[in-house]
Structures are given as C-alpha cells and as structure tokens.
Design a protein around this ligand. Structure first.
Ligand code: ADP
Ligand code: MG
Length: 697
C-alpha cells in the first residue's frame, strides 16, 4: 500500500500556494518546519485581529483596530522625502488622517480620490492629539466585506509578513478534503469533536481568544490525531516485537552470585526492584522490551550486568551498546572486574577496531567465544553476526531511534531488549518515546553520596568566583578540584556558541594554564583525547559547549560552572550538574546568571537550588516549558509534536495509548473500515515505517 491519493494535495510542495515561490519557499519551509502544504496547515495561528469593529472616528479608542466608512477630504503630499504623505478623511463624527511613509503619490491618489467614499481598515493611533491610521488597507464601499474580517496572526520569521503567510494559509485551506474518520465514533461523540477537515479549518479562523487555546475543541482533536498516530506506531512496533516469541531463561543465578562477591556494596532497593522486574520478563516466554530509567549515578550498569549474566548463564550471548566510543570503553572498564570474577569472557567492538583485530573480534562474536560484547553502533554493521544473541542492552538510548533498537535486536532470535536512559523523562513523555516498552525506574541513589551544593552567582560576581577557584586549585595542588566550565548557549547558532566558548577558553587558559576545550565541531578522536586528559588529571578545567558527552564519568571533577544558566532548560541544567558529585568529595555547581531574570528563569534556578531529584525536575521542566523544549529537543531524540502540547494534552495522550492498545487487540493488521482509516492517519503523520510492519504491507 502506498499513500492514499486523498493526501496528495496536502503533500504538494509549498510552492503550490499563492504567494510562495522559489524566492521565499525556503523561508516558508523554515517557518513551518517542512516543505509541504500540510506543514503550513499545521502552523497554527497564535493570535488574531478582529477588523469587524466599526466605531465612529470621534469614538475610536487609541490602539484599536477598526474598519470605517470615510469620505476623502484632501491630500497633503510630503514636502521632504523623510516625511509622510497624509490624506485627511472624515465621517459624520470627526476628522482623521491616513498616513503613508515612502508611498507613491500616484498610487495613493488612485486609491483615495478626493471627495469619494472608501472603507479603510487599520490601527487607530493618536499623533499630536489627532487620530490617524498608518498604512491602512483601503477598499471601495462595495468590498466592505473583504476588509471586515478576522485576520489570523501566525508565528513569523524574518522576511515573511503575516499578510504573506495568511494568504498562503488561506490557499492551503482549499486543499483540505474530507478524510475517512479514524476516530472511534463513541469517543468522538463524547468529546464533541468535529471531523478532521472541519477542525483543521477552524483552527485557522479564530474568532475569539478561546479559539487559540490548546484546550479548544478543534485543537484538541488535532492534538489527539497526532498522539494517536504516535501511539499507534509504537503499538505496532511492540506488537511485531512480541509476535516474535521470546526466550525463557532457566538460570539459578550462579554467575550472578559470583559477581556479587566482587561488589563492594549491596544493591539499593530500587536496583533490587528493577532487577526482579527484568528477571520476570526474562523468565517469561514473551520478549522483554524494557526501559531502565535512572539518573546518572543511580547504578544502572550493575543492573544491566546482572541481567546479562542471566543470558550468559543459559548459554546465550549478551550485548551492551553505548552511543559513543568513550562510553563503550568506560563501560568495559567498569564491568571488567565483575565479569572476570564471574568468569565470563567479553570483548569490546567499536568503530576503531580495524583489519585483523576486527576480524578476530568478529570471529569470537560469531562462534560464541565472546559471551558478552560491549560496543558502539559498530555492533549494527551487517558483518557482525552473533552465535546466539539473547539480550541486547542499549545505553543512553535517546541517541538511538526506535528503528536502531530494532536493528540490534534483529541480530538474534527473540532477543530481549533492555534500554537504559540517564534522562529522567516525565511519565507522559515516556509514553510518547517509549510507549512500546515497560518501564523500570531507579529512583533511589546509592548511599553515601553527598548532595551537590548549588549556588546562584550573578554575572557581576563572576570575577570573584574565578578568584576563589584560582585559590582552590592552587591550594589543592595535584589533588586540587577539577572543573567543568559550560559556556552559554547562543540562540540557534553553533558558530556563536563556539566563539563564546573559545573566548572563555582563552581567558581561563591565560589565567590557569591547564585548561582544555571541547565542542561539537571537533573530530570525535580529538574530543576523546581532551576528555581523556581531563579524566587523567592533566587539565584542571574543561571548557565545553553543551556537548559534554552524556554519561562521561570523571569522579574527581567536583566543580561545575554553568555560564548564562538562565538560558538553559531545567533538564539540561540537571544533566550538566549530574557530571559532578560522583566521587566522595563535596561538589559544587555554580549557576552564573545574567539578570534581569524572567519569572520562568527565576523559578528554574530556584528549583535547581532546591532539589536533585531528576524525575521531579523533569516534571517541573515539562510544566514550565512545554514538551517541545525539554532537554533542548535536538539532542533529546524525543518525538517533537506539531499539534499536541503535552503540558496541556497529557490526558489525551493516555487516551490515545488506550485507544492504540484496543486497536491492536481487535484489529492488529488494520484491516477493518476503521483500520483502513487509521492507515490514512499514519500516512498523514508520515509513519510510513510503521505501516511496513503490517502484514498487508
Ligand atoms: P549509572 O550508569 O546509572 O550512571 P553506574 O552504574 O555507573 O550509574 O553507577 C555509578 C557508581 O555507583 C559506580 O561507581 C557504581 O559502582 C556505584 N554503585 C552502583 N550501585 C551501587 C550501590 N548499590 N551502592 C553503592 N555504590 C553503587
Ligand atoms: Mg551509565
């Protein structure tokens, strides 16, 4: 099956719309986040101007937008170029001027002939005590209706005016056609929702403030459609995964007990609980698809290791995949003593293994000599074959997509999947990103950690703070504190980010000497090298843009400085702060801010002072910023919604999840009437991949 033809009109290029041409198509694409007509239809108005208000001149309040019937009195052309051209007009209540800057005389004379009546529409302003309209829209009396409208106001970008965007949007509305209804009829009735096409048109014709609210009926319906497409996709993935039968591991935990003897600590309650949830999955005949969520330092690695040992004990292999080379090596390093004690053979495979070495590793993986394989996405490659991959553990999953998750597990038969993420995600968001998975949470830190002390530093005090740092580093000598220094996030510009970081780097290097710099544009090798020097204690300060590798572990680092902290989201601040406080020493986090702070920024910084609970912070973040911005969307890999706002539409998400579940129970191949309509929904949201999971293709 390919895309239903009803959708063709919506998938046309934006250039099919009036006023969109080769010159501004790129701007439109940037504005609405995609190249097709539908993208503009999903670009919803944020405000409107009501031009239906029609007061008398003498009664028109300043600042209001009005449409009025007037008679043209005189023209007062401008004497100099930089003066406006004025036209005096009147109605039976008074006189006002129409003001034009840089306008052509001929054009104005033609539009507003002396003595004639016209309709003008614009904003009433007072200039030297007299009412005026600057650059009003003008029409003959017969076209009154064309001006007396409600004009939707769209979010804009430099180079596109609302007039142009509105015109294109009105053009786009004409491409909307009736689509088969994919909503469950009872639910739709209960919600009192309109059809899809009606709802979409409505959102572009707001007539009052209510119409702009996300709680409004048409917007709810559209949000629900988007969430349903998301949940249905995940449900299809899950269904397919579970259809492939799982394995039943019969193990008595010998290897695990051996490993326990090498652990200098006992498991936390949360670790025990998560592990027993994993065990239950692994002992059951269905496949495990489980997400293990826990803050940095909550002890995910131990749990993963124990799970891998269960697989190994029954003769299967286990793989642990990390998003970067450096993390893969770090995992290998920390697992080594435990695996050795348990007598398990493991290898590490990353993109750097080449030639003969690589061939040897591949052989060990293929013949089963390697019982555990630790690596990067190099594990995906076609020539990597496992003897019998029973369990795939994927760390820091938000760097990978649902699809990659499938690719690794496809390397075995009925392979169990355990995904670990250090990003505490609010429950609602977990559903959208991992709706296909069961969730275990490590919500308790191992004992003995000192909380990180968080201080707010106004930018004016930055020098004093540096002074203090210099003293500490000097006093400490070789065992002095190690410092992460995160540089400001400059809006939308990696180049400016970098410039700021380089400048800070120069200043600090001049002052401290042993300072390194890492940023997103460096080659991975170079980045790894600087990080390694920092980890080894050859550098006191590591200056970084926000790209500090997720999860990198330098227990000796006890100081975190974040410049322009007010520009970061809560979850980001939390992630950054999580890089210190990993060793036994007291750690500090300095949030350097530049005032004046807005309400939200103030609240964010104060929450950072109050708590280190990642889950709580994530919930707050969602509340304060809306889902779109959480974690700085780009690096999060979480689905970005166009129409749904999860800080408002959380309940719809839960409903969509249940709906998707029901659909999978009743009609998993989407063959019924509603099923077919649901396929259209999936195409509408470009979930073509999900459709391939259907037997009927
Ligand atoms: P995560 O992967 O969740 O960031 P790790 O698994 O790397 O966390 O654990 C962080 C540190 O805490 C490691 O040094 C680990 O050995 C230690 N650790 C893990 N579990 C416990 C525990 N129950 N008690 C004490 N220390 C623990
Ligand atoms: Mg980790």
């Amino acid at each position: 099956m390919s895309r239903p033809f009803e959708l063709d009109a919506l998938f046309q290029s934006l250039t099919a719309l009036p006023g969109v041409g080769p010159r501004n198509a790129k701007l439109f694409e940037k504005l609405c986040g995609g190249p097709k007509v539908l993208d503009l239809l999903w670009h919803l108005p944020v405000d409107f101007i009501d031009r239906r208000f029609s007061p008398k001149i003498s009664e028109a309040p300043e600042g209001c937008v009005a449409t009025m019937e007037i008679t043209v009195l005189d023209h007062i052309p401008n004497a100099r170029r930089n003066q406006p051209y004025r036209v005096k007009v009147r109605d039976d209540s008074g006189v006002m001027s129409l003001t034009f800057f840089h306008a052509h005389k001929d054009w104005i004379e033609k539009q507003l002939p002396q003595g004639e009546q016209r309709i003008v529409s614009g904003k009433i302003e007072y200039y030297q005590g007299n009412p005026q309209m600057v650059h009003p829209d003008v029409a003959p009396l017969s076209e009154r209706a064309s001006l007396e409208t409600v004009e939707a106001i769209y979010p804009l970008t430099a180079g596109l005016t609302n007039k142009v965007v509105r015109k294109a949007a009105v053009g786009a509305l004409r491409f909307i056609s009736t689509l088969p209804e994919w909503l469950e009829p009872e639910y739709k009735k209960r919600q009192k929702w309109d059809d899809w096409d009606v709802a979409l048109k409505q959102t572009h014709e707001p007539e009052n403030m209510q119409a702009l609210l996300p709680e409004q009926s048409a917007r709810q319906r559209l949000a629900y459609d988007e969430l349903l497409a998301n949940q249905l996709t995940l449900a299809l993935v899950r269904h397919r995964q579970k259809r492939i039968g799982g394995r039943v591991y019969k193990c008595n935990g010998v290897l695990r007990s051996k490993m326990m003897t090498a652990l200098p600590f006992s498991l936390t309650g949360a670790q025990e609980r998560s592990l027993s949830e994993i065990d239950k999955d692994m002992h059951a005949p269905t496949r495990m698809l489980r997400l293990l969520q826990g803050d940095v330092g909550s002890g995910k690695t131990v749990v993963a290791a124990m799970a891998m040992l269960s697989a190994v004990e029954t003769g299967a292999q286990a793989a642990l995949m990390a998003p970067t080379e450096i993390l893969a090596r770090q995992h290998a390093e920390s697992l080594k003593p435990w695996l050795e004690t348990a007598g398990v053979r493991f290898v590490t495979l990353t993109g750097r293994d080449k030639g003969k070495d690589r061939a040897l590793l591949l052989e060990q993986i293929q013949n089963g000599a390697a019982q555990i394989v630790i690596g990067t996405h190099a594990l995906f490659q076609d020539d990597v074959a496992f003897a019998d991959l029973g369990l795939a553990v994927i760390d820091e999953q938000h760097r990978f997509g649902v699809h990659q998750r499938l690719m690794l597990s496809a390397k075995g038969r009925g392979t169990d999947v355990l995904v670990m993420t250090a990003t505490p995600i609010p429950r609602t968001l977990t559903l959208t990103a991992y709706g296909d998975m069961d969730v275990s949470r490590l919500d308790e830190k191992p004992p003995g950690r000192k909380p990180v002390e968080t201080l707010l530093i106004p930018h004016e005090k930055l020098e004093d703070m540096i002074e203090g740092l210099a003293r500490k580093i000097k006093e400490g000598g070789p065992n002095g504190p190690r410092v992460y220094w995160v540089c400001p996030l400059v809006e939308e510009s990696e180049v400016l980010d970098l410039a700021a970081a380089e400048e800070r780097f120069d200043i600090l290097r001049y002052r401290f000497g042993r300072v390194g710099l890492v940023h997103g544009r460096m080659k991975p090798q170079d980045k790894d090298e600087v990080m390694a020097r920092f980890a080894a204690g050859e550098l006191d300060i590591l200056v970084a843009t926000t790209v500090i590798e997720v999860g990198v572990n330098v227990p000796e680092a006890t100081l975190m400085v974040i410049e322009h902290a007010e520009r970061f989201g809560l979850s980001q601040l939390h992630q950054l702060r999580g890089r210190v406080g990993r060793g036994g020493d007291q750690s500090y986090c300095f949030l350097v801010y530049t005032g004046p702070l807005g309400e939200t920024a103030k609240e964010r910084l104060s929450i950072m002072r109050q708590t280190e609970d990642g889950f709580l912070i994530a919930e707050k973040d969602l509340e304060l910023r809306g889902a779109g911005d959480i974690l700085g969307v780009k690096q999060s890999g979480l689905p970005a919604f166009r129409l749904a706002d999860l800080s408002v539409h959380g309940e719809l998400l839960a409903a969509a999840r249940d709906d998707a579940q029901l659909i999978m129970d009743r009609d998993p191949e989407l063959e019924s009437e509603r099923g077919k309509a649901l396929k259209t929904l999936l195409y509408l949201f470009e979930r073509d991949q999900a459709i391939q999971y259907l037997r009927s293709g």
